[in-house]
Ligand binder design. Structure first.
Ligand code: PGA
Length: 250
């Protein structure tokens, strides 16, 4: 086991009403007493404050699923770091593959978002990962290098180790097709080597999560790997029992 504190994050995506978010928290909290992991729930924007209030005083932290890099201005439909902090969020997911693929999120935008999150005191959970086609072409390392280099390019060396990176192979997201623990560990290890090339200390400190069809049945196997410092969980995070089981496996 490494000394890095695991992160187990629930990415609800576009799911749950405000009432359902509150019910989830009430069901989850009694199931996760005395956990070692940092537990993070990422609800839709509108339920952020509800989850903050429902988890107050506990160990759960709350994250948004996206953020704009500008502090304010004419950016219809966008939300700033200060607004997320105002709602009680402590972290933010950046560059999820669904944002990259469906909503035009670019490496360039992410190179601004990651440092802005850090500067504002939000923990960035920065997502990277290759498509099935890229893996089949043996392009996984090249894609990961491009995404990691871009997202971290404006992060000063002294703060690199504070970023959380989530390795999420696109072919494993929502498909029920999990990467094998070996595949996941290889990719996480490669990402760590990219960070270590800039700063050995940051490479040791940075937490690298795996995401893609993590479930109670496969969590322990994935989380037991030296290079895997936690999980970003989609589908299985919608059920408090399943998510609690994953938290307890960390
Ligand atoms: P999944 O989603 O667990 O449903 O595969 C993971 C994610 O998209 O973060």
């Amino acid at each position: 086991m490494s000394e890095r504190r695991p992160v187990i994050a629930a990415n609800w995506k576009m799911n749950k009403s405000i009432e359902e978010a509150e019910e989830f928290c009430n069901a989850l909290l009694p199931r996760i007493c005395d956990v070692g992991a940092q537990v993070v729930i990422c609800p839709p924007f509108l339920a952020l404050n509800t989850v903050v209030e429902a988890t107050k005083g506990g160990e759960v932290e709350v994250a948004a699923q996206n953020m704009h890099f500008e502090p304010d201005g004419a950016f219809t439909g966008e939300v700033s770091a200060a607004m997320l902090l105002d709602a009680g969020a402590l972290a933010v997911v950046l560059g999820h593959s669904e944002r990259r693929q469906l909503f035009g999120e670019t490496d360039e935008a992410l190179s601004r978002k990651v440092p802005v999150a850090l500067e504002n005191g939000l923990l960035p959970i920065f997502c990277v990962g290759e498509s099935e086609e890229e893996r089949e072409r043996d392009d996984t390392d090249r894609v990961l290098r491009r995404q990691v280099d871009a997202g971290l390019s404006r992060v000063p060396e002294a703060r690199l180790g504070e970023v959380v990176i989530a390795y999420e192979p696109i072919w494993a997201i929502g498909t029920g097709k999990t990467a094998t623990p070996e595949e996941a560990e290889d990719a996480c290890g490669f990402i760590r080597s990219l960070v270590s090339a800039r700063s050995e200390a940051a490479g040791q400190a940075i937490r690298i999560l795996y995401g893609g069809s993590v479930k109670p049945a496969n969590a322990a196997d994935l989380l037991g790997r030296e290079e895997i410092d936690g999980a970003l969980v989609g589908g299985a995070s919608l059920d408090p029992g399943d998510f609690a089981a994953i938290v307890m496996a960390a």
